[in-house]
Design a binder for this molecule. Structure first.
Ligand code: ZN
Length: 217
């Protein structure tokens, strides 16, 4: 139970940072984390994520049935549950609309060029999923089709989703994604990015494995 208390506080903190950074507006965005017994702790809908308290979170089972909580779970809950179903390694998920990454998603431009070591080390691959009407099953279906081992997914004409080993890990990946989008945008204003060569990329993957102990997205 102490663990659940800490996880509720972590979600509050991630929500505060998402709102302060301008990664969400008004009541946008959602954050979730796995609890034991296949349960998921998720943010409520209709609440500003910058202004939550630990008691607002909703506990649902793997099918989205509410087990406890006085508010309704996030309208994008199906997207979270679908990712947990296919990715055992994912412990937490953040969904937001950070403006620069979302601009790439709106322009239909994937962020799939390997240009920054930091992205290889901490974010991994960024997938791009087709547009689906928010809150319908089109969104989870589109995400599940492309996520593979990616650390982030750009959601066409919508926003972004990041996954992680914990709440703050998934949150920091959202920061890295937005930073990556900003740098890519600036580089294109300056004439375009230079991609890392396959040799440079394999060197980074080796370091990531040996130094950071990571083998997945
Ligand atoms: Zn959204």
């Amino acid at each position: 139970m102490a663990d659940e208390t800490r996880l509720r506080e972590e979600i509050v903190e991630a929500g505060r940072r998402l709102y302060k950074k301008g990664f969400v507006a008004a009541n946008d965005g959602n954050v979730s984390v796995r609890l034991d017994g296949g349960r998921i702790l998720i943010t409520p809908s209709g609440v500003c994520k910058g202004d939550m308290d630990p008691g607002m979170m909703v506990v649902v089972d793997g099918d989205g049935k509410v087990l406890s909580g006085r508010l309704r779970p996030s309208s994008e809950m199906k997207m979270h549950l679908a990712v947990y179903r296919i990715r055992d390694d994912v412990r937490a998920i953040v969904h937001a609309h950070p403006p620069k990454a979302t601009a790439f998603a709106v322009a239909g431009l994937p962020l799939d060029k390997l240009t920054l070591p930091e992205v290889v080390f901490s974010l991994g691959r960024v997938a791009f999923s087709e547009y689906g009407t928010p809150s319908t099953k089109q969104v989870p279906e589109a995400v599940v089709r492309v996520i593979g081992d990616a650390g982030a997914v750009l959601l066409a004409n919508h926003g972004a989703l990041t996954v992680g080993a914990g709440v703050m890990d998934a949150y920091f990946r959202m920061e890295t994604l937005e930073h990556f989008a900003a740098i890519t945008l600036y580089a294109r204003l300056l004439g375009g990015e230079r991609e890392l060569s396959p040799k440079e990329e394999s060197e980074l993957i080796r370091i990531r494995r040996d130094v950071f102990g990571k083998t997945d997205g």
